[in-house]
Design a protein around this ligand. Structure first.
Ligand SMILES: *Cc1c(COP(=O)(O)O)cnc(C)c1O
Length: 370
């Protein structure tokens, strides 16, 4: 029995508000069951390769991919892509915006014996620094959305960089929820367990012709690159609708269903507008109260997909999230290492406005009684 029972009329239909993994819609599970005959079959044969082809082409369409760009994928999630970029995209030196756990890990992954020490602009959690051109840097890396803090950055080429320098963006939690122009980036990578509402385990990257060229150039150099981390191998395999080793077919099927649904409701501009609307509902709800404040003080940097809200000292965020959890509303806890009196709510593409409204009613109900 929960310590405090939230009336059923106030509860969201689906209580999953995690920032990844995120809720899977029932229609995705139906798609999985309808295609169950693919499970347990070879990823080197046409039925699975066709599935891969549909997902890669669907992504190219969804992201309005410019001519010459390719969608590449592989096993290992976004974390693997950090090492892949350090091994196969960075030539001599990288530069980073570090504003939270994920962007810091990306910078750390570029601290290697074969690269010069990265140039890192670090900002306090909840804020965003600014990355400017630096001579000698050949890849610039930042997160489109820093999931640990709920800070969103723009996707725009940095002016004045060395010729051929690449823009590399971690879009794990942003992809599908924030609109952008792919011409402004050379590698836009993500994993499917956030806006795409699938399981984890894969990474996808939109690569520009310059990024593909860089991968080829480095793969022909004398740098040692483990095959599993070879971007060139991933490019070659993706062109054949396959991965170096076995991918998770369930992940691909759940992703296909979500991607098709996102395209059917109007594509990236529509899903991004939805995320803006649902997150704004939460930010305004918070701002209407004396005891709750958006963690990201600059409204221009507030994420439309991961809403972080600070509670004042009179309220206990961990007691709140525990009561919510007891009532089936899960994963509203803040990023564990941030250690703040905070809640964090994902407003990804698949989270309906109605559920977010209900969530605020549930929280109001609990806070009045805690
Ligand atoms: C979730 C997340 C990651 C980690 O993704 P994995 O697939 O678990 O490796 C990396 N970067 C950002 C911005 C994320 O939100």
């Amino acid at each position: 029995m929960p310590s405090l029972v939230i009336p059923a009329s106030l509860l969201p239909l689906d209580g999953r508000f995690g920032s990844g993994p995120s809720r899977v819609r029932p229609a995705q599970l139906e798609h999985l069951v309808a295609n169950a005959h693919l499970l347990g079959t070879s990823h080197r044969q046409a039925p699975v390769k066709d599935l891969v082809g549909r997902v890669l082409e669907g992504l190219a369409d969804f992201f309005r991919l410019p001519a010459g760009y390719e969608v590449v994928f592989g096993n290992g999630g976004s974390t693997a892509f950090w090492n892949i970029a350090a091994a196969g995209l960075a030539k001599n030196r990288s530069a980073h915006l570090s504003c939270g756990e994920f962007s810091a890990k990306c910078a750390q992954a570029h601290t290697t014996p074969w690269l010069e020490a990265p140039h890192v602009i670090t900002s306090e959690p909840g804020t965003l620094g600014e990355l400017a051109a630096i001579a000698g840097v050949d890849i610039y890396a930042w997160a489109h959305n820093e999931t640990s803090t709920g800070v969103a950055a723009g996707v725009r080429r940095i002016a004045g960089v060395d010729a051929g320098a690449l823009m590399v963006v971690d879009a794990t939690s942003a992809a599908g929820g924030i609109d952008f122009d792919a011409n402004e980036v050379d590698a836009y990578y993500f994993a499917p367990q956030k806006n795409f509402a699938s399981d984890g385990g894969l990474w996808f990257a939109l690569l520009s012709p310059q990024a593909i060229e860089r991968a080829s150039e480095i793969s022909q150099s004398d740098r040692y690159i483990p095959e599993f981390l070879s971007l060139q191998a991933a490019i070659d395999n993706s062109r054949l609708n396959q991965t170096l080793n076995t991918p998770a077919l369930t992940t691909l099927l759940l992703m296909e269903a979500q991607l098709d649904w996102m395209r059917s409701i109007g594509g990236l501009s529509a899903t991004a507008a939805h995320c803006t609307q649902t997150s704004n509902l939460l930010y305004s709800w918070a701002e209407s109260k004396d005891t709750i404040t958006p963690f990201v003080s600059n409204p221009a940097h507030r994420s439309p997909v991961v809403v972080t809200l600070d509670l004042d000292a009179s309220l206990d965020a961990s007691a709140l999230t525990q009561v919510l959890r007891d009532n089936g509303i899960v994963d509203t806890e803040p990023y564990r290492k941030l250690g703040r009196n905070q809640i964090r709510i994902a407003t990804f593409a698949g989270v309906p406005l109605d559920d977010v409204e209900k969530l605020t009613s549930s929280i109001d109900y609990v806070l009045e009684r805690l």
